[in-house]
Design a binder for this molecule. Structure first.
Ligand code: AMP
Ligand code: GLY
Length: 426
């Protein structure tokens, strides 16, 4: 069958790479894709949010299934538009995508579904938010309610920083309309984990656990980024904890979405804090995580296309997912300066050699071809991902490959997977 994948990040390269292994795939189109996805199928120069053109293209090329990677087109109704044109689409409808795109909606649904999350208040007027934050003397977390590319969250140990954050979001409007409403919540302590699950409206199939590294600096210092690396599985998520997460978080939210009249289909991503009192939800995302998808899909042995079709057909109960027991580590190589300003157009070398290393995949994110050369074109440039006999071996292989890749200003964290390695050597 013909498939159209939408997006252009490292996540989409990993999805495209996995789809290309399917016997059921005839032709894979990626819109707009990147130089990595171009090796798995045909890139099509249509922007990921140009829903009308995407649907027109899919109809013309007899696409059976559209897979929507990023949150923006999901929130804009891409799935609704494909389905209206009679094309199967993997991902939630715009109404269901509010689980990520509207943090006030998400909090409300968590509360009515009795799901553990941080205590929170929602504000749409700055003076009210300011008065509330000023009345507290502990740390607060201030979040823009709308989509802000993973950068709309401020963890403030001091309430005065919380007021500044609310001011930037609501008065300076640094995230535009996404900051019309804010959520102010308690700070949770613990270790984070990402749980991704396939959901077909009714059935839930949980994938192997993973952990992201959001801050730019080693030891989790500095500002948050889209994610500087990830690994799978995350030893903090024991089998017992995974059962609890399914029972107390995933099942109730999928039920809650049905009760709300917004049934959920696609990948459901629970961003969790594993606190001393058990798992608590930091956020739900309505898509594959980036960079978690890179190590998770590297370990998936089953046919991803078959799973995506089962999600769309409501037949996930007929599918079995097989996993490579070996752990995988993904190290993101970024442009110097990211997540602040950075330069683009830096020539990248050493990539072919790195990609030839055993059990290593170099997933492209912010790259493009310029006069035949591969150059940088974004903040997060590459996701160098390796399987290993254990987590330390996977990490060494990933960094071995990272060290072969060169471009001006290249930056990566050197401590990806440190928590898992510490746990294993305890
Ligand atoms: P979110 O986009 O809501 O997942 O937030 C981004 C990041 O901010 C999370 O991955 C956490 O590192 C941090 N964060 C968000 N909410 C909280 C919270 N209530 N307590 C502590 N950290 C948080
Ligand atoms: N890795 C975080 C995200 O995908 O939102």
């Amino acid at each position: 069958m013909n498939v159209l994948l939408i997006g252009s990040g490292g996540r989409e390269h990993a999805i495209a790479w996995k789809l290309a292994q399917s016997d059921n795939l005839e032709k894979l189109y990626i819109a707009p894709g990147n130089p990595g996805t171009a090796r798995c199928g045909e890139n099509i120069p249509i922007a990921d949010d140009d829903v009308e053109k995407l649907v027109e293209f899919a109809a013309q090329k007899h696409v059976t299934l559209a897979i929507v990677g990023p949150e923006d087109p999901l929130a804009a109704g891409a799935v609704d538009a494909f389905e209206a044109a009679g094309i199967k689409a993997f991902g939630p409808t715009a109404e269901a995508a509010k689980l990520e795109a509207d943090k006030a909606f998400s909090k409300h649904l968590m509360r009515s579904s009795a799901i553990s999350t941080a205590e929170a208040r929602v504000f749409d007027r700055f003076p009210d938010a300011k008065a509330y934050i000023a009345s507290r003397d502990e740390a607060v977390v201030v979040k823009a309610a709308g989509l802000a590319k993973g950068k709309g969250v401020f963890v403030c140990d001091d309430p005065s920083d919380g007021i500044l954050a609310a001011e930037k979001i609501m008065l300076d409007r640094i995230f535009g309309d996404a900051g019309d409403t804010i959520v102010v919540e308690d700070k949770l302590l613990g270790e984070e984990a990402s749980i991704l699950a396939f959901v077909d409206g009714r059935n839930i199939y949980v994938m192997e656990s993973s952990q992201d590294h959001k801050p730019i600096g080693d030891g989790d210092t500095g500002p948050n980024t889209g994610g500087m690396g990830a690994y799978s599985p995350a030893p903090v998520v024991t089998e017992k904890l995974m059962d609890q997460i399914s029972r107390e978080i995933l099942v109730p939210i999928v039920d809650g979405m049905n009760r709300n009249g917004t049934p959920y289909k696609g990948v459901l991503y629970a961003g969790l804090m594993i606190t001393a009192g058990g798992p608590r939800v930091l956020e739900f995302n309505v898509r594959f995580g980036d960079p978690e998808t890179q190590p998770v899909l590297m370990r998936l042995k089953s046919d991803l296309l078959e799973v995506c079709m089962a999600v769309c057909d409501g037949t996930l109960d007929n599918v079995t997912l097989k996993w490579d027991p070996r752990p995988a580590v993904c190290v993101v190589v970024a442009s110097g300066g990211y997540p602040g300003d950075y330069e683009k157009g830096k020539k990248i070398s050493g990539l072919d050699r790195a990609a030839r290393a055993e059990d290593v995949m170099v997933f492209h994110a912010g790259t493009r071809i310029d006069n035949g050369d591969l150059v940088t074109s974004g903040g997060r440039v590459l996701g160098v991902t390796a399987l290993g006999s254990d987590i330390a071996d996977a990490k060494n292989r990933a960094y071995g490959a990272v060290d072969m890749i060169k471009f001006d200003g290249a930056y990566c964290r050197r401590d990806i997977a440190h928590r898992a390695i510490r746990k294993n050597t305890k």
